[in-house]
Design a protein around this ligand. Structure first.
Ligand code: ADP
Ligand code: MG
Length: 359
């Protein structure tokens, strides 16, 4: 096992800069996800860690050792890509054994190592079959077995689940996480799917346009986003213009019309530098449409109009008119959902909001 470090890493393709000055510290044994929209530089970072691409500037360290000049086959990495590329004319066991061929593994040990890897991915009986005789999900497990059979220092996974259909993808999330925890290998996982990232990661690195926007636990990036981009990439958020009227070690007070004064805890106001213009960030899940008679006692409330209603299975998304602003609320569907045109009260708890400077 090993940590992975990127120091001031830049990658340019001709004049285009795909990765700008990335600094990243991935601790030994952690499951860290690079999350961001298509084209933001996730794969480029992964390929530089793998040794498939040279950084234009900066250092890459694995286990504290600089590896810029170490070729891919000497980095001891397990790699799985989206199109898992098993060899069609080799059996599953031959596919898994492939990675061991070029290493100093005594021939007599190979069958046991292959079998152990197949057991780890819970496919102990398919060694003699060919890839095309397996389902997509099974093939992906074989690709994973091939990556881990070498006992890599680091596992690099580039959107490994995106070719699978939705149900299988959710099963494989759990499965992949179980395997990673069992062998404890440092893992860098790339995805554009925020629910995948939130479900699986110890730390999420949110990227946009070649830059890191935020790195933190799923809870941190979800509840205390560092920017409007992060607030909206991890689901819908409301950004409300506000004035910061107090800012100290106990937290900040934001004046947000028409709700009034909102007391934000210090750790969720740490990005404010002083008083003056600011933004209140409120996730759509944290804004509630209140039923008549519901007091919303511990909430800050305001009147609003339901402009549109979008049913989404267990939840409903309301588009709400509040003066000149439109807000979104995602609420659990109960037996009395509101209809378009309804005049309602909306409310939220100050502890659920966070604060950002104006952009
Ligand atoms: P992601 O994996 O986040 O979707 P990539 O890392 O693949 O993004 O790409 C980041 C940016 O770099 C994109 O704009 C892409 O078009 C560009 N890019 C990637 N590889 C090359 C290349 N070999 N030559 C030129 N541009 C590239
Ligand atoms: Mg990619």
């Amino acid at each position: 096992m090993s940590s992975v470090t990127l120091q001031n890493v830049v990658k340019r393709f001709h004049k285009f800069t795909a990765v700008h000055q990335v600094n990243l510290e991935i601790p030994d044994g952690a499951f860290v996800t690079l999350l961001g929209p298509s084209g933001c530089g996730k794969t480029t970072n992964l390929r530089m860690i793998a040794g498939l691409l040279d950084p234009t500037e900066g250092e890459i360290l694995i286990g504290g050792t600089r590896v810029n000049d170490v070729p891919i086959h000497k980095r001891n990495l397990g790699i799985v890509f989206q199109n898992y590329a098993l060899f069609p004319h080799k059996t599953v066991a031959e596919n898994v054994a492939f990675g061991l061929k070029y290493r100093d593994v005594p021939k007599a040990e190979i069958p046991a190592r292959v079998q152990a890897a197949l057991e780890l991915v819970q496919l102990p009986h398919v060694g003699e079959r060919y890839p095309k005789e397996l389902s997509g999900g099974q093939q992906q497990r074989i690709a994973l077995a091939r990556a881990i059979v070498i006992e890599p220092d680091v596992l690099l996974l580039d959107e490994p689940l995106s070719a699978l259909d939705a149900n299988l993808r959710e099963d494989m999330r759990v499965e992949l996480k179980r395997i990673q925890e069992q062998i404890g290998v440092t893992t860098v996982f790339v995805t554009h799917d925020q629910s995948e990232a939130l479900a699986m990661s110890d730390q999420i690195v949110v990227m946009s346009a070649g830059r890191i926007e935020q790195m933190g636990s799923p809870e941190e990036v979800y509840n205390n986003p560092a920017s409007e981009f992060v607030a909206n990439f991890l689901g819908a958020s409301n950004m409300l213009p506000a004035t910061c009227t107090a800012n100290g070690p106990e937290g900040a007070t934001l004046d947000v019309a028409p709700f009034g004064a909102v007391a934000i805890p210090a750790h969720k106001a740490e990005r404010l530098t002083g008083q003056g213009p600011a933004q209140l960030v409120l996730r759509a899940e944290k804004l509630r449409v209140l039923h008549p008679g519901e007091t919303g006692e511990t909430m800050l409330t305001a009147p609003a109009t339901v402009e549109a209603v979008d049913y989404q299975g267990q939840t409903v998304r309301y588009f709400l008119r509040l003066g000149e602003r439109q807000l979104q609320a995602i609420n659990m569907i109960d037996d009395r959902p509101f209809e378009q045109g309804a005049e309602v009260r909306i409310g939220f708890r100050a502890k659920d909001a966070s604060a950002l400077p104006t952009e």
